[in-house]
Design a binder for this molecule. Sequence first.
Ligand code: CDP
Ligand code: MG
Length: 678
Amino acid sequence: MASAKKRPGSKSPQIPKANHSPTKKHRPNPETPADILKQRESLAIFSVKEKLLAKIHAHNSCIIIGETASGKTTQLPQFLHEGGFSRQGTIVVTQPRRVAAVSVATRVAQEVGTELGQLVGYTVRFQDVTSPATKIKYMTDGMLLREALGDHLLKRYSVIVLDEAHERTIHTDVLFGVVKKAQRVRLKRQLPPLKVIVMSATMNVDKFSNYFNKAPVLYLEGRQYHVEVLHSMEPQTDYLFAALVTVFQIHKREPPKSDILVFLTGQEEIEAMVHTINDIAKGMPATCPRLIVHPLYASLPSQQQLRVFQPTPDGCRKVIVSTNIAETSITIRGVKFVVDTGMVKAKTFSAISGLDLLKVQRISKAQAWQRTGRAGRQSAGISYRLYTQQEYRNFLDDTIPEIQRCNLASIVLQLLALGVKNPASFDFMDKPSGESMKCAFTELQLLQAVEGAGEAVCLTDLGRQMASFPLDPKLAKVIMASKDLGCAEEILSVVALLSVDSILFTPQQKIEDAQAIRRKFVSSEGDHITYLNIFRAFRGLPEHDKHKWCYENYVHYRNLNTACNIRQQLRDLCLRANIPLKSCGQDMTSVRKCLTKGLFLNAAELQREGTYITLGPVKHKATFHPSSSLFGCKPAYVLYSEIVQTTRCFLRTAFVIEPEWLYETAPNYFRQSKGANR
Ligand code: CDP
Ligand code: MG
C-alpha cells in the first residue's frame, strides 16, 4: 500500500510555526463560566474588540479576514450585541451549512449563558429555533435569501454578517448583491442603516473590498501551530483504502487523545468508512486506545453532528470522518492528524448539456491548505496527504465559485421573485456565464414558471407559487402538478425523500444481505416508488418500533425521520398554495405522471447495447447505479433525479415512464429534441 511509503513533504509556507508553546495536554470543552471566559479571552479576535467595534461604527461595510478558530463566528456577534448594534434590530450571521449554524449557535448560547432560542438562536431549512427575544441569529445563507423574498430590505436586521465568504456558495454570492442593494435603499429612504460585515478565512480581499465600495479590511492574527505535511510517494488508486490504512497506522503509533480528522466526499462513503473502522477496531490489541468514530456531513441531524464536539475521554481517540464541512466551517478541538484524500464531491454544471452533475473531483490548493491547517489548532500536528506532490501541483489554485458551476434555474427564479427585473444584469461579484443564464431561462420557460424573453421576462402565477417552496424549481413544479393529478399525499412524501440523503443504508460488507431484505420494497416502476414503499411502511409503525425496524431493513432511521419533518413543512406550504391533500392510493402511474411534469428534462432513453442516453441537447451515456431499483432492468424510457459521475455516469434515482408522457408534458421541447436526437 503506497500510503505506507509516505515521506515528509514540503513544509507549508502558509502555515507559520507558532511562536508560543503548544499546550501540554488537550483540554476538554470548558464547562464553567470562568473557563469559558478564559477560553474566549484567549482568542485572537479578543484583543482587537474595541478596534473592530470602532471600525464598524464608522463604516457601513467591513471585511474581516482571519484564520479559522480566531473567534470570528462565535465572538464578533457577541461584541456587536454588547456594543449596542442589536438595539434597532437583530444581528444575523449567515453560514453556508446548517451544521455550522446549529453548532455555533449552540456554543454561543452556552457562552452567553442563555437557553438556545432565546437571546441566541438559529434558523436553517425546515427548522427555526428563535423567539422574539433573539438578538443574535445564525442562519444558513439559503434561508436568509429566502427571507429576503418576503422582505427585500431585510428590515428586521441591523447587522448582516456574511460568514465563510471564501466558500463562495451560490447563496452567499447572491446575498452579496441583495444586501448591498438593501443597504443602499435603506440609506436613501432614511430607514435605520444596515451594517454589512463580510468574514472569511482566506480570500481575494481586493475583490471583496471593491465590491462593497472600498470597504475597509481588518486582519486578525490567527493562532496556528506547525503542521508537518506528508505526501504519498505514489498516486493512490483507491483513496478510501489508503485513508483506512493511514488511520490505523496513526492509531497504532500515537498516544490516546490525539484525534484524527479524515476528509472524504459524501454520506455513503463516510458511513461505510465509520462502519469499517469500528469493525477493524474491535480486533485491535488492548494496548491501543479505544476508538470513538464520528461521521460528519451536512445532512446529519443536528444532535448527531454535535457529538463530534464532545471532548475525547481519557484513554480514547476520536476519529472524525467528514466531508469538506470540517475544512473551514467548524473547528473540532483536539485534532492532531489530518488524513486528506484530496477529493471532494462538488456540483458541476454544463451549460451545453444543461446537466447538473454531482462529481467526485480533486480539491483546490486552497482547500488542501485549509485541510492541513485543521491539524494545528491546539498543538503541532501532521497532515497526511494521500496524493503525490506532483498531483498537488496540478490542483487548481482556488475553488471556482459555485455560481459559475451550477444550474441557475433556482437562483433566477428567486431573483425574479425578489423583484429583480433582469436577473442577467444582477450585480454579481463574479458573473455566471451567459450560456448558463440562458439555460436557466429555458428551463424555467419549459417549466412554465416564466414568460416573455430578454428584459421583458417575468414570473407566471405558477412561477410565483413555485418560488414559495424551498425546493429546486423542478420539484416545486412536481408539487404544483399534484393538484390536477390528485396525488399530493404521495408526491409530498417522494419530494421529501428526495430532499434528504439516501434512505438506504448499505454497509460494504453486507451489500447482498441488505439488498435481499429490502427486496420486498423494490418496485419495478423505479426508485421513487421504492422509496415511497419504504416510507409508507416506516410511517405506519408505532414510534418505539421504528429504530429497530430500520436497523433490520437496512434503511436510515435519521434520514427517514428528517424526511417526515420536511414532509410536514411542505404539507403546510401546500395548504397555503391551495393544493388539496388527496391520495391516489395504490395508483403509482399517477405518481410517475406527476413526477414527469417537473422532471421531464431529465429523460434518458435505452440504447441497443443496453446503456442509456440522456435526451438533452447533448447526449450523455449512463447506466443505472448498482444501488438503483432499476439496476439490471431495461425499461425503454426513464427519468432520473440524480446523475453522478465517478468513473462513469450513473443514474442513481430513476423511474420508468411512457414516452408519450414526455410529449404530453412538453410537446415543443420533445418534438424538437426528438428530431435532434435521432
Ligand atoms: O470563526 P472562526 O473560525 O474564526 O472561529 P470560531 O468558530 O468563532 O471558533 C472560536 C473558538 O470557539 C474555537 O477555538 C473553537 O474551538 C470554539 N468553538 C467551540 O468550542 N464550539 C463550537 N461549536 C464552535 C467554536
Ligand atoms: Mg468561522
